[in-house]
Design a protein around this ligand. Structure first.
Ligand code: ADP
Ligand code: MG
Length: 602
């Protein structure tokens, strides 16, 4: 049995690897760059210049795509970083503040300055809501321009200063173009590597399912800051190249229009895609050229284009090109989990002895949602938590998973107190969970959603992932194959490549369970996993949860289906108005007088 199920999982993995292998993603990108490399040979210097500009913009937009398209942060003022890079490079090469620095040295210094400034621009994102963050990035753009204007002795003020002159062989139009194209290719490759790493998946999780991201151990602040460093450095280097292209820079060169162009390139490209924003950048750079008489109307054109995209294709170019997800899915799908595969998912040697709540109290607006609850969840056992709506079940899960700190009482795991309110640490401490309303990344594939659950088990650092080094490749291989096993175990393997928002509600519940298993948890907290499932599916869910507990993993099961609870639980706690009404084995609870009158409706 074990052998056959293992080989079944193996076949699934191979199938998925073929379906979502990196070549599928990089094919069109490689083609675009091959075509771009032909530009100097088939056109004149004018078009080489335009193509150079597109390549430089992409160095900035490609990185900014991680901030806007992946992390969902509305950074609209990124012209600030372009300006910073352009001035830093030009000033250093001109020798206005130090002995003249060679161009590539100046570009590197600009990159460092951009990384630092990128973090400063990004910091408000950790505190401000999206819209206010957008405005704050605009504020930075204004500040940089004002400094460039005011600091005349260094920047030349309104008169400006010459851009850096490139050394041979980059001093010709074609030479400089190939330099910029190489930088653009490098950015594409690096962002694609990040997109297909735990960091990229972390970003989309933060964007679309921040609560689930926390519960899987994704550290939002650290992740966003890392991305801001990378984006700031790339944008400033783009600025240095931009200054070289312009040959002479003044503050006027860095208009708000440019910021809008960067932002809209990502939006019309589509969130969470690399090909889309690349095409978006190329289209927006070329648009004024083809509509030369309308050049003065470029902002207007952008606005119209944006409106058309939002109204006609809200997913942007990427969604238009996403042919795979047009395939019609079979209706009336039923889920058949394979409990036999659970052994491959969860480790058996769990040292954690149990979760213990003592006298936990939590109020909302003076109303006690939980009022002195004691609860013990043991390893390898299924503990049912039942009670009427509003009795505090979800709140207890939220306290255990660190979303709320209790006012009184304690929570311990294996005898050690759990830090209240520290939700991002729970996954690494061995506690995973699902949600009453599934928290998913709708635009990502089912497989990616499940891989998000394995974030904490990744080994590679951001830099290793950026350059696709061996540890990154190892991480991806392991996570992908384990996620396929998890999907096979919950019976969703045939939907691995489908966008998660196309799944039925019941399938999302199983997808969340697969995601929770990816962290190899010692305890799984499930919030009404049977809601919306058919009677058959509930039976199979019960078998599956039993298989999980047999592996040594403790299960805390919040449920309304009394049959499921009494069928599979080792122990049951009944809540009423935030207090424990009864605790005991299913047999004891079933005949408990108060429970029958208050809840079971006997
Ligand atoms: P259950 O999951 O058992 O249906 P909950 O734990 O969701 O119940 O809610 C328990 C009580 O706490 C309810 O009265 C609910 O209105 C209240 N509550 C839960 N979360 C919040 C919150 N974030 N803000 C205010 N009240 C809340
Ligand atoms: Mg609830």
């Amino acid at each position: 049995m074990a052998i056959s199920s293992e080989s079944a999982a193996g076949t699934m993995q191979e199938k998925s690897l073929a379906g979502t292998g990196s070549w599928m993603f990089s094919g069109p990108l490689i083609m675009i760059f091959c075509l771009a490399a032909l530009v100097p040979f088939v056109t004149n210097d004018y078009w080489v210049l335009i193509a150079t500009r597109a390549a430089i913009y992409w160095v900035l937009v490609g990185a900014l795509n991680l901030v806007i398209g992946f992390a969902g942060q509305l950074a609209i003022g990124y012209v600030a970083l372009l300006t910073l890079g352009a001035y830093t490079t030009s000033v250093l090469v001109a020798g206005n503040v130090s002995p003249p620095v060679p161009v590539f040295g100046a570009l590197a210094i600009a990159g460092v300055a951009g990384a630092i400034f990128g973090v400063i621009v990004g910091l408000p994102a950790l505190r401000l809501r999206t819209f206010y963050f957008a405005i704050s990035t605009l504020g930075f753009a204004t500040i940089i321009t004002q400094i460039a204007l005011a600091w005349q002795s260094v920047t030349g003020g309104g008169i400006g200063l010459p851009g850096p002159e490139m050394p041979a062989p980059f001093h010709t139009h074609a030479g400089f173009y190939f330099l910029c194209l190489t930088a653009a290719g490098l950015i594409t490759w690096m962002t694609a590597n990040i997109a297909h790493s735990r960091f990229g998946r972390g970003l989309i999780a933060v964007r679309d399912a921040d609560v689930a991201a926390e519960a899987t151990g994704i550290r939002k602040a650290r992740l966003l800051m890392t991305i801001f460093v990378f984006t700031g450095a790339s944008a400033a280097i783009a600025g240095g190249l931009f200054a070289a292209l312009q040959t002479y820079i003044t503050p006027d060169a860095f208009t708000f229009d440019l910021s809008v162009l960067f932002f809209i390139s990502v939006l019309i490209g589509g969130r969470g895609s690399i090909l889309g924003p690349l095409l978006g950048t190329v289209i927006l750079t070329l648009l004024p050229e083809f509509a030369a008489p309308l050049a003065a109307w470029s902002t207007f054109l952008y606005a119209v284009l944006l409106l058309v995209i939002v109204l006609v294709a809200p997913g942007g170019i990427a969604a238009l090109l996403d042919f795979g997800n047009r395939r019609v899915l079979r209706a009336n799908r039923t889920i058949v989990p394979k409990a036999a595969l659970v052994g491959h998912l969860l480790a058996t040697d769990k040292a954690k002895s149990g979760i213990a709540l003592r006298g936990v109290v939590l109020s909302f607006l003076g109303v006690r949602a939980i009022d002195g609850v004691d609860l013990d969840v043991e390893a390898g056992k299924i503990h049912g938590l039942i009670g009427p709506n509003g009795s505090g079940k979800t709140t207890i899960l939220n306290v255990i998973s660190g979303f709320y700190g209790p006012e009184a009482g304690s929570i311990a795991l294996g005898g050690e107190a759990l830090k209240p309110g520290d939700s991002e640490s729970r996954a690494s401490q061995g506690i995973a969970r699902t949600f009453q309303t599934p928290r998913i990344v709708g635009e990502a594939s089912v497989l990616q959603n499940v891989m998000i659950g394995g974030t904490i088990r990744g080994q590679s650092t951001f830099v290793e992932s950026l350059f696709c080094l061996p540890r990154h490749r190892g991480d991806e291989r392991t996570l992908r194959s384990e996620a396929m096993t998890a999907l096979s175990a919950v019976g969703l393997e045939s939907l691995a490549d489908i966008r998660a928002d196309r799944l039925q509600h019941s399938e999302l519940r199983f997808m969340e369970i697969a995601r929770a298993c990816m962290a190899r948890p010692a305890f799984i907290l499930l919030d009404e996993p049977a809601a919306g499932l058919s009677a058959d599916e509930i039976l199979r869910l019960g078998q599956f949860l039993k298989a999980i507990s047999r592996q040594g993993t403790g299960v805390l099961l919040v449920e309304h289906h009394a049959d499921l609870i009494f069928d599979i639980c080792d122990y049951v706690t009944v809540l009423n108005l935030g207090r424990v009404l009864a605790q005991g084995t299913p047999a004891e609870i079933r005949v408990h007088k108060e429970v029958i009158s208050a809840y079971l409706g006997g």
